[in-house]
Design a protein around this ligand. Structure first.
Ligand code: PMP
Length: 292
């Protein structure tokens, strides 16, 4: 059976799941999206992802044609139809079909697409040995220009940074904000540990408020680890005992080198390992359950 894609209420064969060239999501990146995961028939933090999607849509004045409850059902039904136990779920809301002008009023109806598929992970060896990352020249979008809290279909800011990372032989990169403070990575949030305390750039640094980031902050508090959201410079990162990144796809991934500076002992650290274990536990027991 071929994979089915949810498109505005219909489940369409993967090969036939096409959007119009006049869709403003395609023409202008005018839309919003989410990346979600399910683990053994449990969708992790589904409500939180859907809430963030609707907040992004509200901010750019897209009316989503489904209620949040209907969106939950649509995600679950698509997963069931595709018989996926462990999945990566991509929710997309685009402005819809208009004409060649960018005026959003031309798009009469927004469009909802749900793609569920197997997930592609970073190689296991990166989790064991840690990742090496660099800082790239492309600055994270200015909050005043395009707030990084909006998870919009226009990801060129991050793609430019990713290109710079890849050109230099790295998989991930730190993006600074316009003031030179550490913001986040191209598709992940960043944390560091110093003397047993956990730090991460605050939301005011111009970042996407990662759902995994929120989970990790909660897990750390439960473990009685002191957490601090503040302004972070590269100096603090270079001199950290441990560094790791968080994201729905990456989960928690240790970082062992930043801009050629070895982090701590150059191996994934103890607190990172503890949080990785705790994270695995919550993904195995919490979530929106479905049966296939
Ligand atoms: N920052 C950016 C720029 C991202 O694209 C992502 C991935 N969606 C994240 C952080 C991590 O967010 P989350 O934990 O919600 O996946």
């Amino acid at each position: 059976m071929s994979l089915k894609v949810y498109m505005d209420g219909k489940l369409v064969d993967k090969d036939k799941a096409m959007v119009s060239v006049f869709d403003h999501g395609f023409l202008y990146g005018d839309g919003v999206f989410e990346g979600i995961r399910s683990y053994n028939c449990l969708v992790f933090k589904l409500r939180e992802h859907i809430e963030r999607l609707y907040e992004s849509a509200h901010s750019i004045m897209i009316k989503v044609e489904l209620t949040q409850g209907q969106m939950v059902n649509a995600v679950i039904n698509t997963l069931k139809k595709n018989k996926l136990k462990d999945a990566y779920i991509r929710l997309i809301v685009s402005r819809g079909v208009g004409d060649l002008g960018l005026d959003p009023r031309k798009c009469k109806k927004s469009s909802v697409i749900i793609i569920t598929d197997k997930i592609v992970l970073y190689p296991e060896q990166l989790y064991e040995n840690g990742m090496k990352i660099i800082t790239v020249p492309t600055v994270r979008n200015l909050t005043e220009a395009l707030n990084p809290k909006i998870k919009s279909l226009n990801y060129l800011n991050n793609i430019m940074a990713k290109i710079e990372a890849v050109n230099s032989g790295y998989e991930e990169a730190i993006m600074l904000n316009s003031l030179g403070y550490v913001a986040e990575c191209t598709g992940d949030n960043i944390f560091f540990i110093k003397k047993g305390k956990l730090y991460t750039p605050s939301q005011s640094m111009g970042i996407l408020r990662g759902i995994t980031r929120d989970v990790v902050l909660e897990l750390a508090k439960k473990q009685k680890i002191f957490v601090n959201e503040e302004s972070v410079t590269r100096h603090e990162i270079f001199n950290a005992d441990e560094v790791f990144l968080t994201g729905t796809a990456a989960e928690i991934i240790p970082v062992v080198s930043v801009d050629g500076r070895l982090i701590g002992s150059g191996k994934p650290g103890k607190i990172t390992h503890l949080l990785m274990r705790e994270f695995k536990k919550v993904t195995q027991k919490e979530g929106t359950r479905y049966k296939i």
